[in-house]
Design a protein around this ligand. Structure first.
Ligand code: GLU
Length: 293
């Protein structure tokens, strides 16, 4: 297990900090989740650590995984206020946010194959991709929301969003690297590297991006800690915060826990699931040592 430098930098200027760990109950927690949860908990040592269950994907989420999340985190020694926020209870809040953004959104009927064909490159790996996969070429852009069909997705017209804000550049503060750095992304970089993001997925009524922004604001999270793999998604969140008039929290994108081959752990890596390590006799201290803490 490669863990790199285990030190957690102190969040600069952190007074009372409210953080969260926001897992999706689609599998058992693994060592990467343990590291993420312990990191969020560490930064909230003078504030509050919240647990949020991100279960908008009803097809993949299972209650037994949710139960396992509570058990594994408690076993690791973490505590959090109850009851926890569960995204499946929050659809009205996501719909309200989507309604506010409606003047800047459009319904999109394109499937993956349509997008690939419109981008017309011979090989998938030659196609432009961002944090959500292929950069949408804008085929449905301009379709009115009144045209929306039940199996359409809803996309944000990013160029119009920047225009509406009168903004050329987004920025946020990442505290994972010292000295603390402000990161910036121009409108052109966003259009070329991320594109018109999906705000409501087919049959879901929201997307991870919209839900996380609405919930971090509702829970008054002032330091978002999460893995570096989500760094590019943060641009989407900062844009949505601006559009919805919500505060942008501080961010701490932490290192990822990798397996011996250097791959990021995934939920299918059962051998590194906390509960299996527990069954094999590992202690919470062993888990901390395994993730370099
Ligand atoms: N629910 C997301 C996940 O399990 C994490 C969301 C976040 O930290 O913003 O990957």
């Amino acid at each position: 297990m490669t863990s790199g430098n285990g030190c957690l930098n102190r969040a600069e200027g952190a007074g009372v900090t409210r953080t969260r760990f926001a897992p999706s109950p689609t599998g058992f927690l693994h060592l990467g989740h343990a590291y993420a949860a312990l990191t969020a908990h560490h930064f909230a040592s003078t504030g509050e650590f919240l647990l949020r269950i991100e279960d908008i994907d009803r097809e993949r989420c299972r209650s037994e995984f949710e139960t396992a999340i509570f058990e594994d985190l408690a076993w690791l020694g973490l505590d959090w206020p109850r009851p926890v926020m569960r995204q499946s209870d929050r659809m009205a809040a996501y719909h309200a946010a989507l309604d506010r953004l409606a003047p800047l959104t459009y319904p999109c009927r394109c499937r993956r194959g349509d997008i690939r064909a419109a981008l017309s490159a011979p090989q998938e790996d030659a196609l432009p991709a961002g944090p959500d996969g292929l950069i949408y070429p804008g085929t449905c852009r301009g379709r009115p929301m009144s045209d929306a069909q039940p199996d359409d997705v809803i996309r944000l017209d990013v160029a119009r969003a920047f225009d509406a804000l009168g903004l050329d550049r987004l920025s946020f503060r990442d505290e994972a690297i010292l000295p603390v750095e402000d990161h910036g992304m121009t409108r052109e970089e966003f259009l070329g590297g991320i594109g018109d993001v999906i705000l409501a997925r087919r049959g879901m009524g929201t997307s991870y991006h919209l839900a996380v922004v609405v919930d971090d604001a509702a829970q008054e999270i002032d330091l978002v800690t999460r893995g570096k793999d989500l760094f590019d998604s943060t641009w989407i969140h900062v844009l949505l915060q601006r559009l919805l008039g919500l505060p942008t929290p501080r961010y701490h994108h932490h290192r990822l826990i990798r397996d011996d081959a250097g791959h990021r752990l995934a939920k299918r890596d059962d051998a590194r699931a906390i509960r299996h390590l527990r069954e094999d006799g590992a202690t919470p201290a062993d888990i901390k040592a395994m993730v370099g803490l």
